[in-house]
Write a protein that binds this ligand. Structure first.
Ligand SMILES: [Zn+2]
Length: 316
């Protein structure tokens, strides 16, 4: 039997931000703040001609915090913010504490990868400032975003996400595609994969799926990658911001919405909860089939600390 197509994944440092714990999990110490990574991931897909297609998932924090003045003001709550090392730098030189002994640490002109030339696709999990990074560093890449994201960049979404928090020119218009709405069939059709109701086969060979994960913000997507016959990695973006929500030890945190009510970090808390439940169910169903699924959140400091060897040019 021919082996199923696979990809490789390497984590990339792409800045760090500080999350007040009570905004994310229940039963939190109201004063506790955690410095967390904003991770990007390099996914490499082998092509029949022996070349590799390079896809980057999320770009993290913008270098030198080049945000608009309105956006800058909103960043106070997440300080301290560290923009060094950014995604482009990690691609060029590798992640500082990653193992450098792996085979594909070969460099061209001293660079592991040139963000300006070597990145074919960039999928942004969602429109938040700590995931969109510095798109101008990638002048030859095609960007792909979840349905509704381009409208969000232009118009924002309601009082919690006014237009001034976003840039309508965030992504290069001529090089950006939006995944189709899940209700519509297109050349890329959303199909169920086990308990996940809406997934899209990115390369058409089952090696990488885009997973519709509603709740966090409009157009939020995750990636499911096959690394080997019985080994998958699930890049969960901002499905949650604390691994104790994946394990079920904690619930989504609620905090004052400034209008006498409570909100969570998610646009639709009930949907976000459902997306998390589906993720848990998916991991369990795969485990029952003897398949291991490693779940990696965008902002998990424990995962980052324990997995320097899975960071570029190391791999998962
Ligand atoms: Zn977010």
């Amino acid at each position: 039997m021919a082996a199923s197509p696979t990809v490789t994944i390497s984590a990339l440092d792409a800045g760090q931000i500080t999350l007040p714990e009570h905004m994310f999990v229940t039963d939190a110490d109201p004063k506790k703040k955690n410095l967390v990574p904003s991770l990007s991931f390099l996914i490499r897909h082998p092509e029949p001609d022996g070349s590799l297609t390079n896809l980057v998932f999320d770009l993290g924090v913008k270098r030198d915090l080049q945000y608009s003045p309105a956006q800058q003001k909103e960043l106070d709550i997440w300080q301290p913010i560290i923009t060094d090392t950014d995604c482009a730098q990690s691609l060029r030189n590798g992640v500082t504490d990653a193992a450098k002994t792996v085979d594909d640490a070969a460099t061209t002109n001293g660079l592991l990868l040139d963000p300006a030339k070597d990145v074919d696709y960039i999928i942004i999990s969602h429109a938040h400032w700590d995931h969109t990074g510095t798109p101008s560093d990638f002048p030859s890449a095609t960007f792909a975003v979840g349905s509704g994201t381009l409208d969000l960049f232009r118009n924002g979404a309601g009082p919690a996400y006014p237009a001034k928090f976003f840039n309508d020119d965030e992504l290069p218009a001529l090089r950006t595609i939006e995944f189709p709405p899940i209700s519509r069939t297109a050349s890329w059709a959303w199909k169920p994969l086990g308990v996940l109701p809406h997934t899209l086969d990115f390369f058409g060979d089952g090696s990488l799926y885009v997973v519709d994960t509603p709740g966090h913000i409009y157009g939020h997507v995750n990636l499911l990658a096959r690394l080997a016959e019985r080994r998958y990695v699930y890049l969960a973006g901002d499905c949650c911001h604390d691994r104790r929500l994946v394990s079920g030890e904690r619930d989504i945190g609620l905090y004052d919405d400034g209008h006498g009510g409570l909100r969570s970090i998610h646009t639709d808390t009930a949907e976000a909860k459902k997306s998390l439940e589906r993720l848990r169910e998916f991991v369990k169903s795969k485990a029952d089939e003897g398949i291991e699924v490693e779940v990696v959140l965008a902002h998990d400091p424990i995962w980052r600390r324990e997995n320097a060897h899975k960071c570029w040019p190391g791999k998962m």
